[in-house]
Design a protein around this ligand. Structure first.
Ligand code: ADP
Ligand code: MG
Length: 215
C-alpha cells in the first residue's frame, strides 16, 4: 500500500530521512513512535502524498473551521463525495438524515449535545474528537493520524483510538503514548535521528523496548 525505496524525505533545505526504505501493506495498523523532531509528521505527510485519494487524514493540529459547528466540521470530511452545490445546500439546510448520521457519530465520540456548538467554544480534547469525527466521516480506507488523542485523557484516548482504528483497515498513527501503541496497533515503527530504529510486530515488544527509543 505504501512503499519507499531509499527515499530522501524532508523539507526544503532540510532532509529528515536521507535513505528511507519502508513498506506498509494493506491491513496493517502501524504506530509511529519516536522523540519530538524525529520525523513522524514528515513521514505521515509523505505517506499521504502516496495515496491522497484513499486517505482519511487527521492532522496534528485539529485544523477545524473555528466559526462553524461540530456538525459542519464533521461534514467537511465528506465534501468530495458530493457536488459543490449539494454541499452548499447541505451545509445551510442539513437534511434530517445527515443530522442523524453525524449526530450519532458525534455522540459516539463523546460530543453529545455539542452538535451545533461552534468549535471555537470547545476544549482542546473536544476539538480533537471533532477532528476524529471528520476523518471517520470521510469514509476512506486508510487512516493517517498525527497524535490524534494527545489532548484527551488516557482512558478516553484508548477507547477513541480503538474506535478510530476499527473504522479503517489500514492505519498509520503517530503516537506519544507507548502503551496505547502496544494495545491498539499491530506493528511499531520507531524513528530516531532520521532512521527507522525499530520496526517490529507489537506482540514481540515490551514497553521497555519502546522506552529505549527515547533514551
Ligand atoms: P515529529 O513529528 O516527530 O515531531 P517532524 O516531522 O515534525 O517531527 O520534524 C522532523 C524534522 O523536520 C525536525 O527537525 C523539524 O524541525 C523539521 N521540520 C518539520 N517541519 C518543517 C518545515 N515545515 N520546514 C522545515 N523543517 C521542518
Ligand atoms: Mg509531529
Amino acid at each position: 500500500m505504501f512503499q519507499f525505496e531509499q527515499a530522501r524525505l524532508g523539507h526544503p533545505g532540510q532532509a529528515v530521512f536521507e535513505n528511507l526504505t519502508l513498506h506498509i501493506a494493506r491491513g496493517e495498523q502501524v504506530a509511529l513512535l519516536g522523540p519530538s523532531g524525529s520525523g513522524k509528521s514528515t513521514l505521515l505527510a509523505a505517506l499521504r502524498e502516496q495515496q491522497a485519494d484513499s486517505v482519511a487524514w487527521c492532522p496534528q493540529s485539529a485544523d477545524l473551521v473555528p466559526m462553524l459547528s461540530v456538525f459542519h466540521n464533521i461534514y467537511m470530511g465528506a465534501l468530495d463525495r458530493q457536488h459543490s452545490l449539494t454541499n452548499l445546500r447541505n451545509l445551510i439546510w442539513p437534511t434530517r438524515a445527515q443530522k442523524h448520521a453525524i449526530g450519532e457519530l458525534a455522540d459516539s465520540l463523546g460530543l453529545t449535545d455539542k452538535l451545533f456548538t461552534s468549535v471555537d467554544r470547545l476544549s482542546g480534547g473536544q476539538a480533537q474528537r471533532v477532528a476524529l469525527g471528520r476523518a471517520i466521516y470521510s469514509q476512506r480506507q486508510v487512516l493517517l493520524a498525527d497524535e490524534p488523542v494527545s489532548s484527551v485523557d488516557e482512558h478516553h484516548g484508548l477507547t477513541l483510538l480503538q474506535q478510530l482504528l476499527g473504522r479503517h483497515d489500514t492505519a498509520v498513527v503517530a503516537l506519544h503514548d507507548r502503551s496505547l501503541a502496544l494495545q491498539c496497533c499491530s506493528r511499531v515503527i520507531g524513528l530516531r535521528d532520521g532512521i527507522i530504529a525499530l520496526d517490529a510486530p507489537c506482540q514481540s515488544l515490551t514497553l521497555a523496548d519502546l522506552d529505549a527509543l527515547y533514551q
